[in-house]
Design a protein around this ligand. Structure first.
Ligand SMILES: [Fe+2]
Length: 207
């Protein structure tokens, strides 16, 4: 599904695990663990796949565009470990709308449409020999899940955030309060010699 306009290249890179948030919202919003694997379409695990993840904070704002956030807050590149797994510790994203005074919302108003998106998390997933995947998951329970103005929700891209309140599990994660967990696995398609490139040339912000 769609990339959207808010990707920024150059996020910090790590192997297997990354904490994505800078801690500034830990007290007011749930901690979220996102866990998954990257495989090929036959289910073979792909170590060292690059999983680029970016999402909004509790106000629906993205770092870089929202200058009140620290650099690369909620933006990370995680390379899958030797088991093809990645884990991100972050905060629950909140959906957002088009800027109310902007030209897009102006047009939407004329059409009688809202400009809101459900809570979601963006991905690029890439590995040598495979077609780069641009995707996102949208979170179950959001009022705009199936009424996304950007039409990005897809069957198979709806994630359920499961509440984890088990004390031992909380302690194992180094936390002191219940958290949420989302499982999101990705399958990459092998590169096809004559297929159009999955690398899209477009204007992007750079930090
Ligand atoms: Fe987004």
């Amino acid at each position: 599904t769609i990339e959207g306009p808010l990707y920024v290249a150059g996020a910090p890179e790590s192997v297997g695990f990354s904490r994505m948030d800078d801690g500034s919202e830990s007290d007011k919003i749930d901690t979220l663990f996102i866990e998954g694997t990257v495989t090929d379409t036959d289910g073979n695990l792909i170590p060292n796949a690059k999983v680029e993840i970016w999402h909004a904070n509790s106000l629906g704002n993205y770092s870089f565009f929202d200058k009140s956030q620290s650099d690369f807050n909620l933006r990370r590149s995680i390379l899958t470990d030797s088991n093809g797994q990645y884990v991100a510790q972050t905060t629950m994203p909140v959906g957002y709308g088009c800027p109310p005074q902007g030209t897009t919302q102006f047009v939407l108003n004329k059409l009688g449409r809202h400009g809101n998106r459900p809570s979601h998390v963006h991905y690029f997933v890439s590995a040598p020999g495979y077609r780069k995947l641009t995707t996102q998951f949208n979170i179950e329970g959001d009022q705009y899940l199936w009424d996304d103005f950007a039409f990005a929700t897809r069957e198979g891209l709806v994630a359920t955030a499961i509440d984890i309140s088990d004390e031992a599990e909380i302690a194992r994660r180094g936390l002191n309060k219940p958290f949420k967990r989302i499982s999101f696995n990705v399958a990459l398609v092998k590169e096809q010699p004559k297929a159009p490139s999955t690398e899209v040339d477009r204007r992007r912000a750079s930090a």
